[in-house]
Design a protein around this ligand. Structure first.
Ligand SMILES: NC(=O)c1ccc[n+]([C@@H]2O[C@H](COP(=O)([O-])OP(=O)(O)OC[C@H]3O[C@@H](n4cnc5c(N)ncnc54)[C@H](OP(=O)(O)O)[C@@H]3O)[C@@H](O)[C@H]2O)c1
Length: 256
């Protein structure tokens, strides 16, 4: 799976942190040429130094930045774009009744509208090539609204619909589009409209799924690699739940 991806090209949004960083590092490790986006120049430089990938500083709330980043990535990567991974997002934890409208709008802008913009621009490059893979890192919150993160859940449900509808449009052009829906991935999302939140470094303080553990960035990057590979050649419009069975567990009832 990895060998066939060597030399192929990828653009990853949200590559400066967490899951996106893990994806950038894994793709680079298997020999792909990778460009990644984010706002934070210091973290971008650190990921670039660790992986050899190219950092493109961009703010997903800026429409021109999104289009420019895709153009810059295609140019840095020799004119081809084999894979786009949409990972950039932010979270806001408050009941809907206490969610200020500007914050709701910002989440829609970053999580949904920017994913639309990047995907549309990448699809245009891939349509011309006659092949390509788009993978959206969504969330289990898209599959069932999670009550303490309602604004985030709404945006992620939108990204899932974007993924499915683009898959149908893109399939005749040789482009596959899929969604990965992780459950809780340690150390959790850090990016909020109010800045970065830092969570406990100790994984043992995290709840786990029925599989007995929380997810990792590597779990997600493994799924990204599989979806990009020929083994997934007929997989498009799919939603891959990646949560160690947390979403299908029977709550409060032991079946032992
Ligand atoms: N961690 C989890 O438990 C979990 C579970 C399910 C799904 N997910 C999904 O996985 C993805 C990554 O989550 P994570 O845990 O890695 O979160 P994270 O550590 O907070 O990383 C978020 C990334 O998004 C980028 N980003 C945020 N706002 C941006 C903006 N305006 N412009 C450009 N980039 C922006 C950040 O880059 P800069 O700050 O450098 O701009 C950062 O690289 C998200 O789509 C999230 O919804 C996470």
């Amino acid at each position: 799976m990895s060998a066939e991806l060597r030399g192929k090209t990828a653009l990853v949004t949200g590559g400066t942190s967490g899951i996106g960083r893990a994806v950038v590092e894994h793709l680079a490790e298997v020999g792909m040429q990778v460009a990644f986006c984010g706002r934070d120049a210091e973290r971008g430089a650190s990921v670039a130094a660790a992986s050899g990938a190219s950092f493109i500083r961009s703010d997903a709330t800026d429409r021109d930045d999104c289009d420019r980043s895709v153009e810059q990535a295609a140019s840095l990567l020799g004119g081809r774009l084999d894979l786009f991974v949409g990972c950039a997002a932010m979270i806001f934890a408050a009941p809907l009744g206490s969610t200020p409208e500007p914050i709701f709008r910002e989440l829609v802008e970053v999580n949904l509208t920017a994913t639309f913009r990047y995907s549309r621009a990448c699809f245009e490059v891939m349509r011309r090539q006659g092949r390509g893979v788009i993978t959206h890192v969504v969330s289990d919150a898209a599959l069932r609204g999670i009550h303490h993160i309602p604004a985030y859940s709404v945006t992620k449900a939108g990204v899932l619909a974007l993924s499915e509808t683009l898959a149908a449009e893109a399939a005749p052009h040789g482009v596959r589009v899929n969604a990965i829906c992780p459950g809780a991935v340690f150390p959790g999302m850090q990016t909020t409209p109010e800045g970065y939140e830092h969570h406990a470094e100790d994984a043992s303080t995290w709840g786990s799924a029925p599989s007995g553990r929380h997810g990792t960035g590597r779990d997600v990057s493994n799924a990204v690699l599989w979806l990009a590979s020929e083994a997934a050649a007929h997989v498009s419009g799919a939603t891959l739940r990646l949560d160690g069975a947390a979403g299908v567990a029977t709550r409060g009832v032991s079946r032992a």
